[in-house]
Design a protein around this ligand. Structure first.
Ligand SMILES: Cc1cc2nc3c(=O)[nH]c(=O)nc-3n(C[C@H](O)[C@H](O)[C@H](O)COP(=O)(O)OP(=O)(O)OC[C@H]3O[C@@H](n4cnc5c(N)ncnc54)[C@H](O)[C@@H]3O)c2cc1C
Length: 399
């Protein structure tokens, strides 16, 4: 009887899990008639989600079939709605019908989503860059702005908010807004402080050049068509409010009988098996472990892709009674896009400045346009080899 490895989600963690599982089966000469790999995603596309702040989204999706079909991974398009760990079954909705699929081993990689605030007006008037659909909606809205609608308020001064804000003046000018005003607001007093002492002045210099204003100590209480009302009662007039304040793991993580962290993530072993469970693995934004024995994994494609590669290999190893490979990542970098001004590249958990401006931007472009894409050649061997369970070297530096 064919045994089944089921991968939920085809983001950075899920796509690489599925390809990696196919690679390991191939290396062991185990045919897909003996063990099949099935990936379920609600979309037909692997989204290069990290590019959703960009003006041109044209090349930010890769059709799953162009990558999964050549390596024999079966794809199901549907919305996962439930997980029965005791019964080793997943429920999903496809074509308006509820269906169930059994698994022998599971990789949960449904990722994360924007923490949507429960404030009046957000559902109707708030924008985001969390998903391809959200980013498209924002870009369509911007291209339809009228001359007086020149202010954009970006809420959330983390990495996503900074990248979204830095790109915004250019987007507005391209839409015919001659004098755009972009305000990046955050609860914290100093925007960008998370990026480390070395990077903060770089971000401030970029924002000054781009015309992005920052406001610390801000708490937004409501959003409407003309702007935001702060908790203090003050108004910020803005035709566009973009919410970038935090991500949470997929809510279906609640269906596993384990304790999740404050972001809703599942605790996993370095093998990516969910702690305390027998047949279930998790990778990417939905999971956490200490990547180097000390530091907790970060919701990032930087960690999601190697987690996927190791989860895919290990799920096969576990099923076939072979030794699993522990994942250990000894480096950490952050390369933050600062729009037309350039970027800033830091290294280490203490975020030492490596490069800035156009030098860092070259690194960012290689990451966003090459390094994190699956092969698009359609060549089976190349796709399988790209999922080898190893940790890549840190991104290239330029000076
Ligand atoms: C604008 C932006 C910029 C970013 N910049 C960076 C960066 O510079 N560097 C970095 O490392 N990280 C960055 N990130 C974070 C990075 O995108 C995430 O950490 C990464 O996408 C997580 O990958 P994942 O596979 O775990 O989950 P996701 O990317 O969330 O993928 C989950 C997949 O599951 C599918 N799915 C979800 N729910 C269901 C369901 N119920 N049924 C079926 N399918 C479902 C989705 O369609 C998706 O394909 C950025 C994020 C954003 C939004």
């Amino acid at each position: 009887m064919t045994r089944r490895i089921l991968v939920l989600g085809g983001g950075f963690a899920g796509l690489w899990s599925a390809i990696s599982a196919a690679r390991t089966l191939d290396s062991l000469s185990v045919g897909l008639d003996q063990v099949e790999v099935v990936l379920i995603d609600c979309s037909a596309w692997h989204s290069i989600r990290v590019r959703n702040y960009e003006a041109d989204l044209g090349d930010t999706r890769v059709a799953f079939d162009s990558v999964l079909a050549p390596v024999g991974v079966r794809r199901l398009e549907g919305e996962v709605t439930g997980i029965d760990v005791a019964g080793r079954t997943v429920a999903y909705e496809a074509g308006g019908k509820e269906q169930n699929i059994a698994y022998d081993r599971l990789v949960f990689a449904l990722g994360s989503r924007l923490a949507r605030p429960l404030i009046p007006g957000f559902g109707e008037y708030g924008f985001d860059v969390d998903t391809y659909a959200g980013a498209e909606r924002l870009n369509t809205h911007i291209s339809g702005l009228k001359p007086g609608q020149s202010t954009v308020l970006v809420v959330g001064g983390g990495l996503t908010g900074i990248e979204a804000a830095a790109e915004m003046p250019g987007k507005l000018r391209a839409a015919g807004i001659a004098s755009p005003l972009v305000i990046l607001a955050d609860h914290a007093e100093r925007v960008g402080a998370d990026m480390g002492e070395g990077a903060v002045p770089v971000i401030e210099e970029a924002f000054a050049a781009l015309g992005v204003e920052t406001r610390g100590g801000v708490s937004v209480a409501a959003v409407d068509a003309e702007g935001a009302t702060l908790a203090t009662g003050e108004r910020i007039a803005a035709a566009t409010v973009v919410w970038c304040a935090g991500m949470r793991a997929h809510p279906l993580t609640a269906q596993f009988p384990v304790e999740r962290d404050r972001l809703g993530r599942l605790p996993v072993e370095p093998s990516l098996k969910i702690k305390g469970l027998a047949a279930e693995f998790a990778a990417g934004d939905a999971a956490w472990f200490l990547v180097d024995g000390v530091h907790c994994s970060v919701m990032s494609c930087q960690h999601g892709r190697p987690m996927g590669r190791f989860a895919g290999h290990n799920v096969v190893s576990d099923l076939l009674g072979r030794p699993m490979l522990p994942l250990r990542i000894d480096w950490y970098t952050t390369i933050l896009d600062l729009g037309p001004w350039g970027a800033v590249y830091t290294e280490g958990w203490d975020r030492q400045l490596v490069s800035q401006g156009s030098a860092a931007k070259r690194t960012k472009e290689i990451i966003n346009r090459e390094r994190i894409y699956p092969p698009r050649s359609g060549k089976r061997r190349e796709i399988l080899d790209s999922a080898t369970p190893t940790v890549q070297a840190p991104p290239v530096r330029f000076s």
